[in-house]
Design a protein around this ligand. Structure first.
Ligand SMILES: Nc1nc2c(ncn2[C@@H]2O[C@H](COP(=O)(O)OP(=O)(O)OP(=O)(O)O)[C@@H](O)[C@H]2O)c(=O)[nH]1
Ligand SMILES: [Mg+2]
Length: 237
């Protein structure tokens, strides 16, 4: 059984995708301790049972609002095998903020680049391959309203679930020189105190490990300015 969760900003098409993937095999309840509706459903793909949860729409994972708290707790505590991050392709940069937070939490990600029908109708194109390479996870263009790309999305969920999870955090985001230097300084203090000082933001969601207090802050991922290079004007128009 693969346990997967759908996450994304509000109104990006999570429920539309959830309904299309799970059809009628859904049940509705509440997340524990809160009156936030929890929709769970099942599907079978390539002979694999997949349990899918539709998380509340959220811009962030700071847990300041109840929806953020529910989404964050689900990821940290339940640790689903795959997190499907539904990104509104017609509003890419704003949506990628949550993606960055998920990468920081070392989530096993598949990205659905939804509203692809709207992206396709514009004079801007998205370099999907480059985005996938930069983020280090599969990126699947989808149009939930037509069903386009949903088979490929299911393929990616099964593929990613089958990949062996890396031990500990595998990546961190490059925030630019100033912040990276600050983080490095904090890491040194953190290591010197035997990992006893308060947790760094990078560690939220990471499994605590006393023997390995150092964090990987190498620039495996691009800065925001680099990410801007993945959309480009369509020359034909
Ligand atoms: N054009 C287009 N519209 C879409 C697509 N996917 C979803 N929508 C529309 O976007 C609106 C929001 O879809 P939902 O599935 O309710 O979005 P959600 O992410 O579940 O929203 P919240 O649960 O409120 O966070 C609906 O009107 C959908 O019909 C898509 O791929 N293309
Ligand atoms: Mg919804």
């Amino acid at each position: 059984m693969i346990r997967a969760a759908l996450i994304g900003n509000p109104n990006v098409g999570k429920t539309e995708i959830f309904n299309r993937l799970t059809g009628l095999s859904q049940n509705v309840g509440n997340f524990p301790g809160v009156t936030v509706e929890k929709k769970a459903g099942r599907l079978v793909h390539k002979g694999q049972q997949i349990e899918l949860v539709d998380l509340p729409g959220t811009y962030s994972l700071t847990a300041h609002a109840v929806d953020e708290l529910v989404a964050r707790d689900y990821i940290v505590i339940e640790r689903p095998d795959v997190i499907v991050d539904i990104v509104d392709g017609s509003n890419l940069e704003r949506n990628l903020y949550l993606t960055m937070l998920l990468l920081e939490m070392d989530a096993n990600l598949v990205i659905a680049l939804n509203r692809w029908d709207m992206v396709a109708a514009r004079d801007t194109r998205i370099d999907v391959e480059k985005l996938s390479r930069l983020l280090g996870c599969p990126v699947v263009p989808t149009a939930a309203i037509t069903g386009e790309g949903l088979k490929e999305l299911k393929d990616s969920i099964v593929d990613v679930a089958g990949q062996k999870r890396a031990e500990g955090p595998k990546s961190a985001i490059n925030y630019g020189d100033d912040i990276e230097q600050l983080v490095k300084r904090r890491q040194r203090t953190h290591a010197a105190s035997g990992g006893a000082s308060e947790a760094l933001p990078h560690e939220v969601g990471a499994r605590p490990s006393r023997s390995e207090p150092k964090l990987n802050t190498h620039a495996l991922y691009p800065s925001r300015s680099e990410l801007r290079g993945i959309t480009f004007k369509n020359k034909q128009s």
